[in-house]
Design a protein around this ligand. Structure first.
Ligand SMILES: Cc1cc2nc3c(=O)[nH]c(=O)nc-3n(C[C@H](O)[C@H](O)[C@H](O)COP(=O)(O)OP(=O)(O)OC[C@H]3O[C@@H](n4cnc5c(N)ncnc54)[C@H](O)[C@@H]3O)c2cc1C
Length: 321
């Protein structure tokens, strides 16, 4: 390797990680959110990752994807609501989403963020909203997923998940492979027969709380994936791998065959990311679902998507001209 190549290989990852840090910091700026939302070019760039701001557009996209044998998961963008009325309105919105899914016979699930359902306002009220939505999902024979947000919400999220799971199946929770605590969280959840969506993790967390290096995160993901496949093969868990990492998906596929769990897991990806690969996987017989986001509160979520792949910033730049 030449000196120039060596220098570049050190410099590039550092520059990428600086971009990631800045984007994740920006995701928490209300001023930037306001500036961005007003700009037509930013709305154009966001369209790469969402079919539109309205529920109708999300449902139409779900219907189109169903024709390609792709299931979907619908989620309204929004987080950290600050009053009880807003949180109750979010619950009511999702009850309506379940009605629409049933009326249109869509193979769609729903995913929620607990801070969107008022976790910061009242843990008790938030839990009741989740119980209502889980009961609705069960009655409609579909599924409710709970996203995992920043590390400070993990205890409350898992408590609420356990309480809701005690009422019956039809509800799952996301676990993030980058958190140092996740192996213990998974071990503690397995006895209740959980449904787990395993992801790498999308937030900015300190080194004390979360693994920082991609190789370490990927290794922890694979270890957890193996444990989840074992539990799934034994009928003790339902598992979804939420990732666009195709190498990982392939290795998981092979491990699943070794453990006779190949018909039992799903792969979930985000709308607009690796769309051709989503179709290819489905045509190879993998059960694939696409998470479709909609709504007007897309700024923080969009910054996290840019942080996952800072090269995406070029979409924003190109959309400006
Ligand atoms: C269905 C689903 C649900 C999720 N739910 C949560 C959640 O509740 N909580 C949470 O913290 N995180 C969640 N995430 C995000 C997740 O934590 C990761 O940040 C994200 O999936 C990127 O990691 P990766 O596994 O795709 O692997 P990476 O190693 O980051 O990416 C693998 C490859 O995928 C492609 N890729 C990845 N991201 C992008 C992107 N944004 N744009 C373009 N290409 C990309 C690139 O080619 C990249 O090389 C979710 C992800 C998915 C797919």
């Amino acid at each position: 390797m030449s000196d120039v190549d060596a220098a570049r290989s050190v410099y590039l990852p550092r520059r990428m990680s600086l971009a990631r840090t800045l984007l994740l910091r920006a995701s928490r700026s209300p001023w930037l959110a306001e500036q961005f939302r007003k700009r037509a070019f930013a709305r154009r760039a966001v369209r790469k990752f969402m079919p539109g701001e309205s529920l109708g557009e999300a449902l139409d996209a779900a219907s189109a994807l169903a024709k390609d044998n792709l299931g979907t998961v619908l989620t309204q963008l929004g987080e950290q609501v600050q009053n009880a009325t807003e949180a109750a309105a979010v619950r009511d919105h999702y009850l309506q989403v379940f009605d629409q899914i049933r009326q249109r016979s869509l193979p769609a699930h729903v995913s929620v963020k607990l801070t969107h359902l008022g976790l910061d306002v009242s843990r008790e009220a938030c839990m009741h909203h989740v119980l209502d939505l889980a009961a609705k999902a069960r009655a409609d024979r579909t599924f409710l997923w709970i996203d995992m947000e920043e590390a400070r919400y993990v205890d409350a999220t898992l408590d609420i998940y356990r309480r809701a799971r005690a009422d019956g199946p039809g509800i799952g929770v996301c676990l993030q492979a980058y958190l140092r605590r996740t192996p213990q969280d998974l071990a503690a959840l397995l006895p209740i027969g959980p449904a787990i969506r395993l992801v790498k993790g999308a937030y900015r967390e300190s080194a004390e709380i979360a693994l920082q290096r991609k190789e370490e995160i990927d290794a922890q993901y694979e270890t957890l994936a193996g444990q989840l496949l074992d539990a799934t093969a034994g009928g003790r868990a339902t598992v979804v791998f939420g990732t666009h990492d195709l190498g990982l998906v392939e290795r998981i596929g092979k491990e699943a065959v070794n453990r006779s769990a190949d018909a039992r897991y799903e792969v979930h990806m985000l709308y607009g990311i690796r769309s051709d690969d989503q179709r290819d996987l489905a045509s190879q017989g993998v059960k694939v679902r696409i998470l479709i986001s909609y709504g007007s509160h897309w700024f923080a979520w969009y910054m996290r998507r840019l942080a996952e792949r800072p090269a995406n910033i070029w979409f924003v730049v190109r959309s400006a001209f």
